[in-house]
Write a protein that binds this ligand. Structure first.
Ligand code: PBG
Length: 332
C-alpha cells in the first residue's frame, strides 16, 4: 500500500487514529442551544401520565410542565415547543384559541418561569383540539377545508402570542398558512412573534406514537390529503420551504428527520433562514424499543442520530431527548 499509479497512496485513516485526533477534526457538533424539547400538557389531570408508546415521555400537568421546563432550560436546551391536550374537543377545536385553553395557560406559566431564558414555542394546529382529529375544519363531505381552516389558525396564533409564545409553529400543512398567520400576528400587534413553519411535513407512519401522546389520531381517514407524499421528489419539499419563506416564515422545518435527510440538505441549500428538523416520535420510540431489548447501544445510537441530522444541514433539532442530550452530551 505504497503507490497507486505512481503516486503515494493517500492515508485517510490518519485523522481517525486516536480519540484526540477525532475530537480535533470533528466538523459537526451537537450543541444543546440548538435543541428544542417538545412537551405535552394535558388539561384536567393531577399527576403526569406516562405515554406507553414513548417510554420516558409524559403528558404533563401544568405543575410538572413547569418543573420539566426549568430542568430543560437549566440543562442548556435552546427552546421548548408545547402541545396541548384539552379536556373537551369539538368540530372546530374551540379550546385551541380559548384564552383559558390549556396551551395558553401553560404558555403563561412558562413565560413567567423561564420566558426570559429560553424560546417558547407553541405547535399551532387543530388536530389535538378537534373531535374528528383532523388538522382543520371539515366540509360537509368530510374534506379538510383549507381556507376556513386558515381563519382558525390566525385566531390560534393571536391567542398563543397573547399568552406569551415567542414563536408559533404551524404544523397543519394548509396552503397559505404562514401568510395568514403573519398577517394576523401583525394585525393584532405582535409583529415580533416569529413563525417556525413546518414547511416540508410528510404524511408519515412515524408520527404514530405522537398521536397517543397528543390524543389526536384522525377518527376517519388519514392526513395524506394535506401532508406531503413520501414518494414525491425533494423538489416539492424545496418549493414548500421557499413558499413559506416568501410568506414570512422565520425558520423552516423538515419533518420527520431521519428518513428525510436528503430533504434537510436540499432545503438547507435552498433557503437563507435557519432550518429545523423534527426527530419525531416514531424515530424516538423505535430506538428506545431496540435499546430496551438490548439490541442497540442506546446512548451512542442517540448521539449518532442527532449528529447525522445536523450533518445533513439542520441548524435546529426538535427532539424528545433534548434535556438528556444537553445534560450528558457524548461525542460519537
Ligand atoms: C400536528 C403534529 C403532529 C406532530 C407534530 N405536530 C402529528 C401529525 O401530523 O399527525 C408529530 C410529532 C411527532 O411524531 O413526534 N399537530
Amino acid at each position: 500500500m505504497t503507490e497507486v499509479g505512481g503516486f503515494p497512496a493517500l492515508r485517510l485513516r490518519r485523522l481517525r487514529r486516536t480519540p484526540a485526533l477525532r475530537r480535533l477534526s470533528a466538523q459537526v457538533r451537537v450543541d444543546p442551544s440548538n435543541l428544542v424539547l417538545p412537551m405535552f400538557v394535558k388539561e384536567g389531570i393531577d399527576a403526569p401520565l406516562p405515554i406507553a408508546s414513548m417510554p420516558g415521555v409524559v403528558q404533563h400537568t401544568r405543575e410538572s410542565l413547569r418543573k420539566a421546563a426549568v430542568e430543560a432550560v437549566q440543562a442548556g436546551v435552546g427552546g421548548l415547543i408545547l402541545f396541548g391536550i384539552p379536556a373537551q374537543k369539538d368540530a372546530r377545536g374551540s379550546a385551541s384559541d380559548a384564552p383559558d385553553g390549556i396551551v395558553q395557560l401553560a404558555l403563561q406559566d412558562l413565560a413567567a418561569e423561564v420566558g426570559e431564558q429560553t424560546v417558547l414555542m407553541a405547535d399551532l394546529c387543530l388536530d389535538e383540539y378537534t373531535d374528528h382529529g383532523h388538522c382543520g375544519l371539515l366540509t360537509d363531505s368530510g374534506d379538510v377545508d383549507n381556507d376556513a381552516t386558515l381563519e382558525r389558525y390566525a385566531s390560534i396564533a393571536v391567542a398563543q402570542a397573547r399568552a406569551g409564545a415567542h414563536m408559533v409553529g404551524p404544523s397543519g400543512m394548509m396552503d397559505g398558512q404562514v401568510l395568514a398567520i403573519r398577517a394576523a400576528l401583525d394585525g393584532a400587534g405582535y409583529p415580533d412573534v416569529a413563525i417556525i413553519a413546518y414547511s416540508a411535513k410528510f404524511a408519515s407512519a412515524f408520527y404514530g406514537p405522537f398521536r397517543d401522546a397528543a390524543e389526536c389520531a384522525p377518527q376517519f381517514g388519514d392526513r395524506a390529503a394535506y401532508q406531503q407524499d413520501v414518494a414525491r421528489s425533494v423538489d416539492e419539499a424545496v418549493r414548500e420551504a421557499l413558499l413559506d419563506v416568501a410568506e414570512g416564515a422565520d425558520i423552516v422545518m423538515v419533518k420527520p428527520a431521519v428518513g428525510y435527510l436528503d430533504v434537510v440538505r436540499r432545503v438547507r441549500d435552498a433557503v437563507d433562514v435557519p432550518v429545523a428538523a423534527y426527530n419525531v416520535s416514531g424515530e424516538y420510540s423505535m430506538l428506545e424499543a431496540a435499546a430496551a431489548n438490548g439490541w442497540i447501544d442506546r446512548d451512542r445510537a442517540i448521539a449518532e442520530m442527532i449528529t447525522s441530522i445536523k450533518r445533513a444541514g439542520a441548524d435546529i433539532v426538535l427532539t424528545y431527548w433534548a434535556t438528556e442530550l444537553a445534560t450528558t452530551l457524548r461525542r460519537v
